[in-house]
Write a protein that binds this ligand. Sequence first.
Ligand code: PMP
Length: 418
Amino acid sequence: MTNPGPVWPVRSASGVRLCLEDGRELIDGMSSWWAVIHGYNHPRLNQALQQQMEQMSHVMFGGLIHQPAVDLARLLIDITPDSLQHIFFADSGSVAVEVAIKMATQFWFAQGYPQKSRLLTIRQGYHGDTFGAMAVCDPESGMHHQFTHLLAKHFFVAAPVCRDDDSWQDSELDEIKTRLQQSHNEISAIILEPLVQGAGGMRFYCPQYLTAIRALCDQYDILLIVDEIATGFGRTGTLFACEQAAIEPDIMCLGKALTGGYLTLAATLTSTRVAEGISADGQGVLMHGPTFMANPLACAVAIASVELLLEGDWQQQVANIEQQLTVGLMCNLDFDHVRDVRVKGAIGVIEFKQKIDMAWMQPFLVEQGVWIRPFNNLLYIMPPYIIDNNDLGILIRAMNQGVRALDFKIKCSDPLIL
Ligand code: PMP
């Protein structure tokens, strides 16, 4: 609050470029925290917003509905797994997670099982910054440990380590099976990020694990919540990551890229079983009603963004990014200070053995003409899908330069050299 570190004022943004107040241009490798998949200042998204603004910017969503919300709901129900037929519009990813937790809790309460109120999740997960969401983030490596004493107590098991189905071993399920045997009567749902654990460490795991989790949820009659806030809308190579495991969740959270990064909007989708189950308590409503629920501007731009995605060649774009990242980044494995390099879809990650000195690394990257925001020991990019080979090459070169400069810095162990 008193020492935010250096900041770079942005004047405008277009395509994959951020234009700084001092006239410099940076190629964006972050998609503004993974949301701006079509690039900035997109004419189609601008137009959707302008048209909606002339009709109505906002109206309350209690007792009233409007076409943008109805159309967006239909569209999302259409493209998500078949079992998801009901939708709640939330204001941010964290709130979508809160709503998912409430859905699961209210469902079991209404079924006459109020003791089924705890969640089970995997370590190194990240689900948001509000209190319900924080309670299912990794309790140790996450950034919320100072609030632990205030958080609901849920069950955690080790995150899967297996990255591909070929090396998958059933023994990875031992801990979760034991936990379920012991505690399934208290557990409402398993919540996890499918295939990619984002802000908890940019970790990837294999679809086989997710398939097995679905089977365990069925076996113990526990709901499965997939948090696709980071993975949704194509980032991992399929429209939703859970498709790679051929599973259908009971509840799915969407956010980030939903509006193409234009406005804050998120959604929690669920099945008819859960929706009807919640209503069985006689009240017939979910206990959540935020002021800006289903804001028409956000819904209108979300429709335009999803349509733009579906009409376009996102599969090829993501596949190209994946290929170029793989070819361009793997050379970094040769460095002693690099623990791992991994690529999945339009996500490229270099993991170091030690924490990155942000005060040094961030200005270094800006000097290379790119906007990449590392955290902890991770230098990673999730660029807009529209990025071309040339600009992606510049991002990759900047990452590689960062690795080399860090190597030099460590070997010389004299910060003044750089
Ligand atoms: N879930 C996941 C998987 C996320 O990556 C994030 C944001 N990084 C959230 C939830 C929280 O979303 P928001 O920041 O919009 O509240």
